[in-house]
Design a protein around this ligand. Structure first.
Ligand SMILES: [Zn+2]
Length: 224
């Protein structure tokens, strides 16, 4: 109490510091990311191209069976442990954001992304510094968890260079998030199973041996 002016300045600086932390954390969770993909060139080689990637949050949503944008939506019954973690992550995020919406009287009819954005736009008071710090910490923790889940999934995703036994398609072309057309093998193998991106035929892990036999493989790569 001996230097009230000094204390006020410190508090203001601390508040702007934690606000910045909150902005950065929210941006890391819901902001568009920069990434690279490998694409085939007309001359038969490959080239690395810079693309925009969906936000961490959007990617988590789209990777989960039963949520938008997944090609594997119908195999949710045999969901592997990894995606039980993913679902727990999503439930945690949604429940916590719901709580923040009630506590800080944000609009309940907004999407989670919009609510998180609204959180950064709130007028915080100097006494809110520990609170804002905790919120930023929580969001940073979510980002770390999600990135490790997404990376784990990507390492398990493989392309099978073979014609689909069901429709005969070998290669599909799709538009990436940057709008470019990229080619990839029609058969995409993940820990959840194999799916043909052309005809959507699916083979769950129990059918891998059968699939391998049809494809003439001695062993499907990456599957024990
Ligand atoms: Zn097919």
């Amino acid at each position: 109490m001996t230097h009230p002016e000094r204390t006020t300045t410190d508090t203001r600086e601390r508040l702007s510091g934690v606000r910045e932390q909150l902005d950065d954390a929210v941006q890391d969770l819901i902001g568009v990311r920069h990434g690279t993909i490998t694409v085939d060139t007309p001359s038969g080689g490959t080239t690395i191209r810079a693309v925009y990637r969906d936000s961490v949050y959007t990617e988590m949503l789209s990777e989960l069976p039963g949520f938008q944008g997944t090609a594997m939506g119908s195999v949710a019954a045999s969901m592997p442990p990894l995606w039980i973690d993913g679902l727990a992550w999503l439930n945690d995020v949604h429940a916590t954001v719901d709580r923040w919406v009630r506590t800080y009287q944000l609009r309940a009819d907004l999407t989670v992304t919009e609510q998180l954005d609204a959180l950064t736009a709130l007028t915080w008071r100097p006494q809110d510094v520990p609170l804002v710090h905790d919120i930023a910490d929580t969001i940073r923790h979510w980002v770390r968890q999600a990135v490790s889940l997404i990376d784990g999934e990507e390492h398990r995703k493989m392309e099978l260079v073979a014609a689909c036994p069901s429709c005969g398609t070998k290669v599909v072309f799709r538009r990436d998030s940057g709008g470019d057309v990229v080619r990839q093998a029609a058969l995409s193998l993940t820990i959840r199973g194999c799916v043909c991106l052309a005809c959507k035929a699916q083979w769950g892990p129990p059918l891998f041996e059968h699939l391998a036999a049809v494809l003439g493989c001695e062993q499907v790569p990456g599957v024990a």
